[in-house]
Design a protein around this ligand. Structure first.
Ligand SMILES: NC(=O)c1ccc[n+]([C@@H]2O[C@H](COP(=O)([O-])OP(=O)(O)OC[C@H]3O[C@@H](n4cnc5c(N)ncnc54)[C@H](OP(=O)(O)O)[C@@H]3O)[C@@H](O)[C@H]2O)c1
Length: 245
């Protein structure tokens, strides 16, 4: 069961799922350390919230922000690597390698730098959860750079798990969440040749696509159960066994 003295580090807390996760943690009495390009007023007003500004792609400044954020702490109960970008929805031939590299900078390499920075500190860490996606395994048409970045993120997590048996690592697909990312998908014309886009448009305002606040609670529940349910270093989807059982 969650206890009220747990400390969570979450990236990308100003909006979307990260904001919902931060709210869910604070509601349970946890301490939240937020790292990202912007904060949120409703988080800033809470005593258990601390924020440091950083673009996670800028490794040096980000490490300095992290240092300040962790000042005085010797334990992190959970690190949630949430910040991410979608990039264009387009066929592979229409996504340049430069565009894909930009997506991987955020979704993959920034997370490696963050993990390395955290592991280099005199800090006890219990759990690391990288927010992945069903796109990391399903290879749907149009999701090129994003799918590649999340598949690589799954492997990143596995590799760290093999090195650090004392920390439980997981790559977690949070299910569909009605955020800016989904708005980006809904803005695509209906005629695009990507079947998953129509499915996502249809899922809006249904139970299959909760808003960030509801999703934050569901995903936090799943995060609590991950160490008991899956082997460290593996991928799980909140919509599938063993998490939906
Ligand atoms: N929504 C879904 O249905 C869905 C499904 C599967 C997986 N996910 C994953 O869930 C996570 C959250 O996505 P979301 O749906 O909440 O998207 P979102 O609403 O677009 O939010 C993305 C978050 O990431 C932050 N971010 C992006 N690039 C950053 C950078 N360079 N440095 C610092 N922060 C950065 C954003 O901050 P700024 O405001 O500064 O850009 C924002 O806080 C992502 O990893 C995404 O891949 C989402």
């Amino acid at each position: 069961m969650p206890t009220s003295d747990r400390t969570f580090l979450i990236t990308g807390i100003n909006r979307g799922l990260g904001h919902g996760l931060a709210l869910a943690c604070l509601k349970r009495g946890h301490r939240v350390l937020g790292l990202g390009r912007a904060s949120a007023d409703d988080l800033e007003s809470q005593p258990n919230f601390r924020f440091a500004r950083a673009d996670i792609v800028d490794a040096g400044p980000c490490a300095a922000s992290l240092e300040g954020l962790l000042h005085g702490l010797n334990r992190l109960d959970c690190v949630i690597l949430n910040a991410g970008v979608l990039g264009p929805i387009a066929d592979m031939r229409d996504q340049s390698t430069d565009t894909m590299k930009e997506i991987l900078e955020v979704n993959l390499w920034a997370n490696k730098a963050l993990i390395d920075s955290l592991l280099s500190k005199n800090l006890s860490i219990t759990q690391v959860v990288a927010i992945s996606s069903g796109a990391s395994v399903n290879g749907n048409r149009g999701w090129g750079g994003y799918s590649i970045s999340k598949a690589a993120l799954n492997m990143l997590v596995k590799l760290y798990a093999n090195e650090r048996r004392d920390i439980h690592f997981a790559a977690l697909a949070p299910g569909l969440v009605d955020t800016g990312m989904q708005e980006q998908i809904r803005a695509l014309p209906d005629e695009v040749p990507f079947p998953s886009v129509a499915k996502l448009k249809e899922a809006r305002a249904t139970d299959a696509m909760p808003g960030p606040a509801t999703a934050g609670q569901l995903v936090l529940d799943a995060i609590d159960r991950l160490p008991d349910l899956i082997e460290s270093g593996t991928f799980a989807d909140v919509r599938k066994p063993p998490l939906n059982a």
